[in-house]
Design a protein around this ligand. Sequence first.
Ligand code: BGP
Length: 474
Amino acid sequence: MRKQLPKDFVIGGATAAYQVEGATKEDGKGRVLWDDFLEKQGRFSPDPAADFYHRYDEDLALAEAYGHQVIRLSIAWSRIFSDGAGAVESRGVAFYHRLFAACAKHHLIPFVTLHHFDTPERLHEIGDWLSQEMLEDFVEYARFCFEEFPEIKHWITINEPTSMAVQQYTSGTFPPAETGHFDKTFQAEHNQIVAHARIVNLYKSMGLDGEIGIVHALQTPYPYSDSSEDQHAADLQDALENRLYLDGTLAGDYAPKTLALIKEILAANQQPMFKYTDEEMAAIKKAAHQLDFVGVNNYFSKWLRAYHGKSETIHNGDGSKGSSVARLHGIGEEKKPAGIETTDWDWSIYPRGMYDMLMRIHQDYPLVPAIYVTENGIGLKESLPAEVTPNTVIADPKRIDYLKKYLSAIADAIQAGANVKGYFVWSLQDQFSWTNGYSKRYGLFFVDFPTQKRYVKQSAEWLKQVSQTHVIPE
Ligand code: BGP
Protein backbone atom coordinates (compact mmCIF):
# COMPACT_ATOMS: atom_id res chain seq x y z
CA MET A 1 0.00 0.00 0.00
CA ARG A 2 1.27 3.49 -0.82
CA LYS A 3 2.19 5.40 2.33
CA GLN A 4 0.77 8.85 3.00
CA LEU A 5 2.09 11.77 5.00
CA PRO A 6 -0.25 14.26 6.71
CA LYS A 7 -1.37 17.21 4.58
CA ASP A 8 0.36 19.72 6.89
CA PHE A 9 3.65 17.76 6.91
CA VAL A 10 6.45 20.10 5.76
CA ILE A 11 9.49 19.17 3.67
CA GLY A 12 12.78 20.93 3.09
CA GLY A 13 16.55 20.73 2.98
CA ALA A 14 19.14 21.23 5.70
CA THR A 15 22.36 23.24 5.73
CA ALA A 16 24.90 24.41 8.32
CA ALA A 17 26.74 27.72 8.06
CA TYR A 18 30.32 26.41 8.09
CA GLN A 19 29.53 23.61 5.65
CA VAL A 20 27.91 25.80 3.01
CA GLU A 21 28.82 29.46 3.35
CA GLY A 22 32.54 29.52 2.58
CA ALA A 23 33.78 33.14 2.82
CA THR A 24 35.41 32.27 6.14
CA LYS A 25 37.62 35.37 6.04
CA GLU A 26 35.06 37.79 4.67
CA ASP A 27 33.20 40.69 6.30
CA GLY A 28 34.93 40.39 9.65
CA LYS A 29 34.09 36.74 10.36
CA GLY A 30 36.08 35.41 13.31
CA ARG A 31 37.93 32.11 13.42
CA VAL A 32 36.33 28.94 14.74
CA LEU A 33 37.68 25.69 16.18
CA TRP A 34 37.83 24.05 12.74
CA ASP A 35 39.99 26.64 10.98
CA ASP A 36 43.25 25.66 12.63
CA PHE A 37 42.33 21.95 12.82
CA LEU A 38 41.59 21.69 9.08
CA GLU A 39 44.64 23.77 8.16
CA LYS A 40 46.88 21.40 10.13
CA GLN A 41 45.18 18.31 8.71
CA GLY A 42 45.64 19.70 5.21
CA ARG A 43 42.96 17.41 3.76
CA PHE A 44 40.44 20.01 2.64
CA SER A 45 39.49 23.62 3.21
CA PRO A 46 36.22 25.18 4.42
CA ASP A 47 36.50 27.56 1.46
CA PRO A 48 34.72 27.80 -0.86
CA ALA A 49 32.28 25.13 0.44
CA ALA A 50 29.08 25.70 -1.56
CA ASP A 51 29.77 29.47 -1.62
CA PHE A 52 26.35 29.96 -0.05
CA TYR A 53 27.51 33.30 1.36
CA HIS A 54 27.27 34.65 -2.19
CA ARG A 55 24.94 32.16 -3.90
CA TYR A 56 22.20 31.71 -1.31
CA ASP A 57 19.55 33.20 -3.58
CA GLU A 58 20.23 30.58 -6.28
CA ASP A 59 19.96 27.73 -3.75
CA LEU A 60 16.79 29.11 -2.18
CA ALA A 61 15.27 29.48 -5.64
CA LEU A 62 16.03 25.79 -6.30
CA ALA A 63 14.47 24.82 -2.97
CA GLU A 64 11.33 26.75 -3.85
CA ALA A 65 11.18 25.35 -7.38
CA TYR A 66 11.46 21.80 -6.01
CA GLY A 67 8.53 22.13 -3.66
CA HIS A 68 10.18 22.86 -0.31
CA GLN A 69 8.23 24.70 2.35
CA VAL A 70 10.99 24.89 4.99
CA ILE A 71 14.77 25.12 5.23
CA ARG A 72 17.32 24.52 7.98
CA LEU A 73 19.99 27.23 8.27
CA SER A 74 22.44 28.11 11.00
CA ILE A 75 23.89 31.43 12.06
CA ALA A 76 27.67 31.46 12.32
CA TRP A 77 28.16 32.88 15.82
CA SER A 78 31.59 34.18 14.70
CA ARG A 79 30.01 36.34 11.97
CA ILE A 80 28.01 38.22 14.62
CA PHE A 81 30.62 38.30 17.41
CA SER A 82 33.97 37.57 15.77
CA ASP A 83 35.49 36.62 19.11
CA GLY A 84 32.34 35.02 20.58
CA ALA A 85 31.46 38.14 22.62
CA GLY A 86 31.98 41.90 22.65
CA ALA A 87 31.53 44.14 19.61
CA VAL A 88 28.83 43.26 17.10
CA GLU A 89 30.00 42.77 13.48
CA SER A 90 27.32 44.64 11.57
CA ARG A 91 28.27 43.08 8.22
CA GLY A 92 27.50 39.61 9.60
CA VAL A 93 24.18 40.82 11.00
CA ALA A 94 23.31 42.38 7.64
CA PHE A 95 24.13 39.14 5.82
CA TYR A 96 21.65 37.15 7.91
CA HIS A 97 18.95 39.79 7.44
CA ARG A 98 19.48 39.48 3.67
CA LEU A 99 19.43 35.68 3.87
CA PHE A 100 16.21 35.58 5.90
CA ALA A 101 14.58 38.13 3.56
CA ALA A 102 15.48 35.87 0.63
CA CYS A 103 13.83 32.94 2.44
CA ALA A 104 10.63 34.99 2.69
CA LYS A 105 10.88 35.93 -0.99
CA HIS A 106 11.14 32.23 -1.89
CA HIS A 107 8.33 31.18 0.49
CA LEU A 108 10.63 29.11 2.69
CA ILE A 109 10.21 29.04 6.46
CA PRO A 110 13.66 29.02 8.06
CA PHE A 111 14.46 26.87 11.10
CA VAL A 112 17.58 28.55 12.45
CA THR A 113 20.25 26.89 14.61
CA LEU A 114 22.38 28.99 16.94
CA HIS A 115 25.27 26.52 17.27
CA HIS A 116 26.07 23.98 14.57
CA PHE A 117 29.53 22.69 15.58
CA ASP A 118 31.18 26.11 15.06
CA THR A 119 32.40 27.40 18.41
CA PRO A 120 34.41 30.63 18.04
CA GLU A 121 38.14 29.92 18.36
CA ARG A 122 38.74 31.94 21.54
CA LEU A 123 35.96 30.08 23.38
CA HIS A 124 37.17 26.74 22.06
CA GLU A 125 40.62 27.49 23.41
CA ILE A 126 39.34 28.22 26.91
CA GLY A 127 37.47 24.90 27.07
CA ASP A 128 34.55 25.02 24.63
CA TRP A 129 31.53 23.31 26.26
CA LEU A 130 33.62 22.70 29.40
CA SER A 131 33.98 26.43 29.99
CA GLN A 132 31.43 28.41 32.02
CA GLU A 133 32.48 31.56 30.15
CA MET A 134 31.51 29.88 26.86
CA LEU A 135 28.10 29.03 28.34
CA GLU A 136 27.52 32.63 29.41
CA ASP A 137 28.65 34.05 26.08
CA PHE A 138 26.41 31.57 24.25
CA VAL A 139 23.35 32.75 26.18
CA GLU A 140 24.19 36.40 25.40
CA TYR A 141 24.66 35.60 21.70
CA ALA A 142 21.27 33.86 21.72
CA ARG A 143 19.67 36.89 23.39
CA PHE A 144 21.17 39.15 20.72
CA CYS A 145 19.78 36.94 17.93
CA PHE A 146 16.29 36.77 19.46
CA GLU A 147 16.17 40.57 19.66
CA GLU A 148 17.82 41.22 16.28
CA PHE A 149 15.97 38.68 14.12
CA PRO A 150 12.23 38.86 14.92
CA GLU A 151 11.61 37.47 11.41
CA ILE A 152 12.72 34.05 12.70
CA LYS A 153 9.88 32.05 14.22
CA HIS A 154 11.64 28.68 14.62
CA TRP A 155 14.84 28.55 16.65
CA ILE A 156 17.10 25.62 17.43
CA THR A 157 19.53 26.05 20.33
CA ILE A 158 22.21 23.43 19.52
CA ASN A 159 22.71 20.98 16.68
CA GLU A 160 23.68 17.46 17.75
CA PRO A 161 25.33 18.23 21.07
CA THR A 162 26.25 14.53 21.36
CA SER A 163 28.29 14.63 18.15
CA MET A 164 30.40 17.41 19.59
CA ALA A 165 30.91 16.01 23.08
CA VAL A 166 31.62 12.43 21.99
CA GLN A 167 33.78 13.35 19.01
CA GLN A 168 35.71 16.02 20.92
CA TYR A 169 36.57 13.90 23.95
CA THR A 170 35.85 10.21 23.31
CA SER A 171 36.60 9.32 19.68
CA GLY A 172 38.76 12.36 18.89
CA THR A 173 37.45 13.08 15.40
CA PHE A 174 36.48 16.69 16.24
CA PRO A 175 38.90 19.28 17.66
CA PRO A 176 40.53 19.19 20.24
CA ALA A 177 40.71 15.51 19.19
CA GLU A 178 41.03 13.94 22.64
CA THR A 179 40.25 10.26 23.13
CA GLY A 180 38.96 8.20 26.03
CA HIS A 181 37.95 11.19 28.23
CA PHE A 182 34.50 10.01 29.25
CA ASP A 183 34.57 12.42 32.19
CA LYS A 184 34.97 15.42 29.89
CA THR A 185 32.41 13.97 27.49
CA PHE A 186 29.69 13.74 30.14
CA GLN A 187 30.58 17.11 31.67
CA ALA A 188 30.31 18.68 28.19
CA GLU A 189 26.97 16.90 27.66
CA HIS A 190 25.58 18.25 30.91
CA ASN A 191 26.92 21.76 30.23
CA GLN A 192 25.29 21.78 26.77
CA ILE A 193 21.99 20.73 28.35
CA VAL A 194 22.31 23.60 30.87
CA ALA A 195 23.13 26.15 28.15
CA HIS A 196 20.22 24.90 26.06
CA ALA A 197 17.88 25.13 29.06
CA ARG A 198 18.94 28.68 29.94
CA ILE A 199 18.34 29.78 26.37
CA VAL A 200 14.90 28.14 26.19
CA ASN A 201 13.95 29.79 29.49
CA LEU A 202 15.28 33.14 28.28
CA TYR A 203 13.37 32.87 24.98
CA LYS A 204 10.13 32.04 26.78
CA SER A 205 10.64 34.90 29.25
CA MET A 206 10.95 37.35 26.33
CA GLY A 207 7.40 36.53 25.23
CA LEU A 208 8.37 36.31 21.55
CA ASP A 209 6.12 35.05 18.84
CA GLY A 210 7.78 31.80 17.81
CA GLU A 211 8.98 28.33 18.75
CA ILE A 212 12.18 26.91 20.12
CA GLY A 213 13.64 23.42 20.05
CA ILE A 214 16.85 21.41 20.03
CA VAL A 215 18.27 18.99 17.46
CA HIS A 216 19.68 15.68 18.62
CA ALA A 217 21.61 13.01 16.73
CA LEU A 218 19.73 9.91 17.81
CA GLN A 219 20.99 6.60 16.52
CA THR A 220 19.41 3.58 18.18
CA PRO A 221 21.94 1.11 19.63
CA TYR A 222 20.65 -2.49 19.38
CA PRO A 223 22.24 -5.56 21.03
CA TYR A 224 24.29 -7.66 18.62
CA SER A 225 22.82 -10.86 20.07
CA ASP A 226 20.10 -11.88 22.54
CA SER A 227 22.61 -12.15 25.37
CA SER A 228 22.15 -9.93 28.42
CA GLU A 229 25.82 -8.81 28.09
CA ASP A 230 25.19 -7.46 24.61
CA GLN A 231 21.97 -5.79 25.74
CA HIS A 232 23.92 -4.13 28.54
CA ALA A 233 26.58 -2.92 26.08
CA ALA A 234 23.79 -1.38 23.97
CA ASP A 235 22.38 0.32 27.10
CA LEU A 236 25.79 1.75 27.97
CA GLN A 237 26.24 3.09 24.43
CA ASP A 238 22.77 4.60 24.65
CA ALA A 239 23.77 6.32 27.91
CA LEU A 240 26.88 7.75 26.25
CA GLU A 241 25.13 9.16 23.20
CA ASN A 242 21.39 9.50 23.79
CA ARG A 243 19.95 9.03 27.25
CA LEU A 244 21.43 11.96 29.13
CA TYR A 245 20.26 14.34 26.38
CA LEU A 246 16.80 12.82 26.08
CA ASP A 247 16.29 12.86 29.85
CA GLY A 248 17.76 16.35 30.30
CA THR A 249 16.13 18.15 27.41
CA LEU A 250 12.83 16.28 27.04
CA ALA A 251 11.99 15.07 30.58
CA GLY A 252 13.80 17.77 32.58
CA ASP A 253 15.61 15.37 34.91
CA TYR A 254 18.17 12.58 34.72
CA ALA A 255 16.58 9.21 35.45
CA PRO A 256 18.35 7.11 38.13
CA LYS A 257 19.04 4.39 35.54
CA THR A 258 20.73 6.92 33.23
CA LEU A 259 22.99 8.13 36.03
CA ALA A 260 23.78 4.54 37.07
CA LEU A 261 24.86 3.63 33.52
CA ILE A 262 27.05 6.74 33.30
CA LYS A 263 28.66 6.00 36.69
CA GLU A 264 29.42 2.48 35.47
CA ILE A 265 31.20 3.78 32.35
CA LEU A 266 33.19 6.29 34.39
CA ALA A 267 34.10 3.77 37.10
CA ALA A 268 35.34 1.27 34.49
CA ASN A 269 37.60 4.01 33.13
CA GLN A 270 38.59 5.31 36.61
CA GLN A 271 37.24 8.75 35.86
CA PRO A 272 35.14 11.05 38.08
CA MET A 273 31.39 11.70 37.76
CA PHE A 274 30.32 14.94 36.11
CA LYS A 275 29.20 17.80 38.35
CA TYR A 276 25.75 19.34 38.42
CA THR A 277 24.01 21.73 40.77
CA ASP A 278 20.43 22.10 42.04
CA GLU A 279 20.16 25.47 40.30
CA GLU A 280 21.15 23.89 36.97
CA MET A 281 18.69 21.04 37.43
CA ALA A 282 15.89 23.53 38.18
CA ALA A 283 16.65 25.36 34.91
CA ILE A 284 16.69 22.05 33.03
CA LYS A 285 13.32 21.08 34.46
CA LYS A 286 11.74 24.42 33.61
CA ALA A 287 13.04 24.30 30.02
CA ALA A 288 11.75 20.79 29.35
CA HIS A 289 8.26 21.98 30.28
CA GLN A 290 8.50 24.87 27.80
CA LEU A 291 10.22 23.21 24.85
CA ASP A 292 8.21 23.44 21.62
CA PHE A 293 9.82 20.69 19.56
CA VAL A 294 12.65 18.23 19.30
CA GLY A 295 14.56 17.67 16.08
CA VAL A 296 15.69 14.14 15.36
CA ASN A 297 18.73 13.56 13.16
CA ASN A 298 18.81 9.89 12.27
CA TYR A 299 20.90 8.31 9.54
CA PHE A 300 21.92 4.85 10.79
CA SER A 301 21.70 2.48 13.73
CA LYS A 302 24.36 0.68 15.75
CA TRP A 303 24.73 -2.83 17.14
CA LEU A 304 26.76 -3.40 20.27
CA ARG A 305 28.36 -6.42 21.83
CA ALA A 306 30.20 -6.86 25.10
CA TYR A 307 33.86 -5.86 25.02
CA HIS A 308 36.43 -5.72 27.81
CA GLY A 309 39.63 -4.63 26.03
CA LYS A 310 41.05 -1.15 25.69
CA SER A 311 39.36 1.66 23.77
CA GLU A 312 40.13 1.82 20.07
CA THR A 313 38.37 3.84 17.38
CA ILE A 314 39.21 4.13 13.69
CA HIS A 315 37.16 6.62 11.71
CA ASN A 316 36.35 5.82 8.09
CA GLY A 317 36.93 9.32 6.73
CA ASP A 318 37.42 8.54 3.05
CA GLY A 319 34.74 6.03 2.12
CA SER A 320 36.93 2.91 2.40
CA LYS A 321 34.14 0.47 3.11
CA GLY A 322 34.67 -1.74 6.15
CA SER A 323 37.49 0.30 7.70
CA SER A 324 35.64 1.61 10.80
CA VAL A 325 36.46 0.32 14.26
CA ALA A 326 34.67 1.36 17.47
CA ARG A 327 35.40 -0.40 20.73
CA LEU A 328 35.13 1.49 23.97
CA HIS A 329 36.40 0.25 27.30
CA GLY A 330 33.57 0.20 29.82
CA ILE A 331 30.93 0.25 27.06
CA GLY A 332 31.19 -2.26 24.21
CA GLU A 333 32.14 -2.92 20.63
CA GLU A 334 30.20 -2.01 17.51
CA LYS A 335 29.56 -4.96 15.22
CA LYS A 336 26.87 -5.15 12.57
CA PRO A 337 24.93 -8.37 12.18
CA ALA A 338 25.29 -10.14 8.82
CA GLY A 339 22.99 -8.81 6.11
CA ILE A 340 22.83 -5.20 7.26
CA GLU A 341 23.32 -2.94 4.24
CA THR A 342 25.93 -0.17 4.63
CA THR A 343 27.20 2.89 2.77
CA ASP A 344 30.85 3.34 1.71
CA TRP A 345 31.35 5.15 5.02
CA ASP A 346 30.04 2.10 6.96
CA TRP A 347 26.78 3.74 7.96
CA SER A 348 24.02 1.14 8.20
CA ILE A 349 20.85 1.65 6.18
CA TYR A 350 18.21 0.69 8.70
CA PRO A 351 14.92 2.64 8.53
CA ARG A 352 13.52 0.58 11.40
CA GLY A 353 15.97 2.51 13.60
CA MET A 354 14.25 5.77 12.62
CA TYR A 355 10.84 4.29 13.45
CA ASP A 356 12.01 2.95 16.81
CA MET A 357 13.57 6.28 17.79
CA LEU A 358 10.46 8.29 16.88
CA MET A 359 8.30 5.86 18.83
CA ARG A 360 10.67 5.96 21.80
CA ILE A 361 10.31 9.73 22.02
CA HIS A 362 6.55 9.47 21.57
CA GLN A 363 6.23 6.86 24.31
CA ASP A 364 8.98 7.71 26.82
CA TYR A 365 9.15 11.50 26.53
CA PRO A 366 5.53 12.67 26.29
CA LEU A 367 6.25 16.25 27.47
CA VAL A 368 7.60 17.37 24.09
CA PRO A 369 4.69 18.47 21.89
CA ALA A 370 6.20 17.96 18.43
CA ILE A 371 8.97 16.18 16.55
CA TYR A 372 10.69 17.17 13.31
CA VAL A 373 13.12 14.93 11.49
CA THR A 374 15.78 17.59 11.11
CA GLU A 375 18.40 15.51 9.26
CA ASN A 376 18.35 12.27 7.29
CA GLY A 377 20.03 11.35 4.03
CA ILE A 378 22.80 9.37 2.42
CA GLY A 379 26.37 10.32 1.60
CA LEU A 380 27.48 9.01 -1.80
CA LYS A 381 30.49 9.28 -4.09
CA GLU A 382 29.02 11.13 -7.06
CA SER A 383 30.48 12.87 -10.08
CA LEU A 384 29.34 14.81 -13.11
CA PRO A 385 28.84 12.95 -16.40
CA ALA A 386 31.49 13.73 -19.05
CA GLU A 387 29.08 15.85 -21.09
CA VAL A 388 26.86 18.28 -19.18
CA THR A 389 24.46 21.03 -20.03
CA PRO A 390 22.76 23.30 -17.49
CA ASN A 391 19.75 20.99 -17.79
CA THR A 392 21.63 17.79 -16.97
CA VAL A 393 19.82 15.85 -14.24
CA ILE A 394 22.06 13.54 -12.24
CA ALA A 395 20.79 10.05 -11.50
CA ASP A 396 21.01 9.09 -7.81
CA PRO A 397 18.79 6.01 -7.46
CA LYS A 398 20.45 4.96 -4.19
CA ARG A 399 19.41 8.24 -2.58
CA ILE A 400 15.83 7.90 -3.83
CA ASP A 401 15.69 4.38 -2.45
CA TYR A 402 17.10 5.56 0.90
CA LEU A 403 14.69 8.49 1.19
CA LYS A 404 11.75 6.28 0.26
CA LYS A 405 12.58 3.75 2.98
CA TYR A 406 13.14 6.34 5.70
CA LEU A 407 10.12 8.47 4.79
CA SER A 408 8.03 5.30 4.88
CA ALA A 409 9.34 4.57 8.40
CA ILE A 410 8.36 8.14 9.40
CA ALA A 411 4.88 7.66 7.90
CA ASP A 412 4.55 4.44 9.95
CA ALA A 413 5.55 6.25 13.15
CA ILE A 414 2.98 8.99 12.47
CA GLN A 415 0.37 6.31 11.88
CA ALA A 416 1.33 4.78 15.24
CA GLY A 417 0.80 8.12 17.02
CA ALA A 418 4.11 10.03 16.91
CA ASN A 419 3.56 13.75 16.23
CA VAL A 420 6.16 14.17 13.46
CA LYS A 421 5.49 17.47 11.70
CA GLY A 422 8.18 17.67 9.04
CA TYR A 423 11.27 16.35 7.33
CA PHE A 424 14.54 18.05 6.38
CA VAL A 425 16.76 16.06 4.08
CA TRP A 426 20.49 16.31 4.68
CA SER A 427 21.42 18.10 2.62
CA LEU A 428 19.90 20.79 0.45
CA GLN A 429 22.93 21.09 -1.85
CA ASP A 430 26.29 19.28 -1.78
CA GLN A 431 28.56 20.71 0.90
CA PHE A 432 31.58 19.44 2.75
CA SER A 433 31.46 16.91 5.52
CA TRP A 434 33.36 17.79 8.73
CA THR A 435 35.54 14.70 8.83
CA ASN A 436 35.11 13.39 5.27
CA GLY A 437 35.64 16.41 3.05
CA TYR A 438 34.08 17.14 -0.31
CA SER A 439 33.78 13.60 -1.68
CA LYS A 440 30.88 12.58 0.57
CA ARG A 441 27.94 14.17 -1.20
CA TYR A 442 24.48 14.36 0.35
CA GLY A 443 22.75 17.07 -1.69
CA LEU A 444 19.50 17.10 -3.62
CA PHE A 445 21.44 19.51 -5.85
CA PHE A 446 24.90 18.66 -7.14
CA VAL A 447 27.53 21.34 -6.65
CA ASP A 448 30.46 21.28 -9.05
CA PHE A 449 32.85 22.81 -6.51
CA PRO A 450 35.47 24.20 -8.97
CA THR A 451 32.84 26.12 -10.99
CA GLN A 452 30.15 26.32 -8.25
CA LYS A 453 27.53 25.40 -10.85
CA ARG A 454 24.45 23.59 -9.55
CA TYR A 455 22.82 20.55 -11.22
CA VAL A 456 19.57 18.94 -10.19
CA LYS A 457 19.63 15.33 -8.96
CA GLN A 458 16.72 12.96 -9.58
CA SER A 459 16.17 12.74 -5.81
CA ALA A 460 15.16 16.44 -5.87
CA GLU A 461 12.47 15.64 -8.45
CA TRP A 462 11.34 12.61 -6.46
CA LEU A 463 11.06 14.61 -3.23
CA LYS A 464 9.14 17.34 -5.02
CA GLN A 465 6.49 14.79 -5.90
CA VAL A 466 6.26 13.69 -2.24
CA SER A 467 6.01 17.26 -1.04
CA GLN A 468 3.23 18.07 -3.54
CA THR A 469 1.17 14.87 -3.15
CA HIS A 470 2.02 13.79 0.43
CA VAL A 471 2.20 10.29 -0.99
CA ILE A 472 5.41 8.22 -0.94
CA PRO A 473 5.61 6.52 -4.33
CA GLU A 474 6.25 2.75 -4.23
C1 BGP B 1 25.34 15.54 11.18
C2 BGP B 1 25.65 16.99 11.16
C3 BGP B 1 25.78 17.58 9.80
C4 BGP B 1 26.29 16.65 8.73
C5 BGP B 1 25.71 15.25 8.80
C6 BGP B 1 26.39 14.22 7.94
O1 BGP B 1 26.05 14.98 12.22
O2 BGP B 1 24.71 17.73 11.89
O3 BGP B 1 26.46 18.78 9.93
O4 BGP B 1 27.62 16.74 8.51
O5 BGP B 1 25.69 14.75 10.11
O6 BGP B 1 27.50 13.69 8.59
P1 BGP B 1 28.88 13.50 7.90
O7 BGP B 1 29.21 14.83 7.33
O8 BGP B 1 29.82 13.08 8.99
O9 BGP B 1 28.70 12.44 6.89
